[in-house]
Design a protein. Structure first.
Length: 259
């Protein structure tokens, strides 16, 4: 079961050189940049989420490039920047393209990129992960809660681009977040019970549930050597991730079929 599209062999390079094509980065990154969720408030004209997304992606790319260059993984700054930018764009949009095995990169870069896949793209895109807008709401709600602890009488609401986010949306986001963490833990423990080590099990669940492609450990490139039971669990994780968990859980609920 192949999980990563490789761009070696020239189709991911410029004119047969060792430079990954930067247009691929823009084509994969821009369609997945965050746009507001479609709740009754019309935030479609708000450009700030796109700008924030681009700035964070650029900052992460620069950080990866700096580590890759300082560690000697790539000999020049431009080469480190190209590889860092491409891999960050591929991971954060969960397109699955790869021009190098980032699981072999130094220090904390492999874990950092895997955690980036949890963020994913915009709410309406085909990207995997929790999605940027949900992460924004969770972060803003946490900040509001901390402020209320300091000022109990304060009236604070979660706002995005100056508009109040409905309570029903916040409840839905927290519900999704709780179920996501629970499903991730159950699947990871199940894979470990089937003989996977901790790093491989974490990478397998992350790449399948986030619909990413490359993972960590023994599943950094593919799942060909994984046992049948682990493959079935990985397929379940992919279905849960692609259908955003709730859809599949509803279909598995007996009360849904009694209606």
């Amino acid at each position: 079961m192949r999980v990563m599209h490789s761009l070696r062999s020239g189709d991911g390079r410029e004119n047969g050189t060792n430079r990954p094509r930067l247009p691929l980065v823009s084509r994969s990154l821009l369609p997945h940049s965050p746009t507001p969720m479609k709740w009754p408030l019309n935030l479609a004209a708000a450009p700030r989420p796109r700008v924030d997304f681009a700035l964070r992606a650029a900052a992460l790319s620069l950080a990866c490039a700096w580590v890759l260059y300082r560690s000697g993984t790539y000999p020049t700054v431009t080469e480190a920047l190209r590889y860092g930018l491409f891999e960050v764009a591929s991971v954060i949009t969960t397109t699955g393209y790869g021009i190098d095995d980032f699981s072999m990169w130094p220090l904390a870069l492999p874990a950092l990129l895997i955690f980036t896949s949890f963020v994913g793209g915009c709410a309406g895109s085909t990207a995997g992960g929790i999605k940027v807008i949900r992460m924004m709401i969770v972060g803003k709600q946490a900040a509001v809660h901390v402020e209320k602890l300091i000022h109990p009488q304060a009236v604070k609401r979660v706002r995005i681009d100056g508009r109040v986010v409905p309570d029903s949306v916040i409840e839905g986001v927290w519900g999704f977040f709780a179920v996501y963490v629970s499903v991730f833990a159950v699947l990871m423990v199940s894979l470990m019970m089937d003989g996977m080590d901790q790093v491989t099990a974490f990478g397998a669940v992350a790449t399948c549930l986030n619909n990413l492609g490359p993972g960590l450990g023994a599943v950094a490139l593919d799942f060909t050597h994984v046992g049948a039971q682990s493959k079935l669990l990985s397929v379940l994780a992919m279905l849960l991730g692609r259908l955003e968990i709730f859809t599949l859980l509803v279909l598995l609920t007996p009360s849904f079929w009694r209606r």
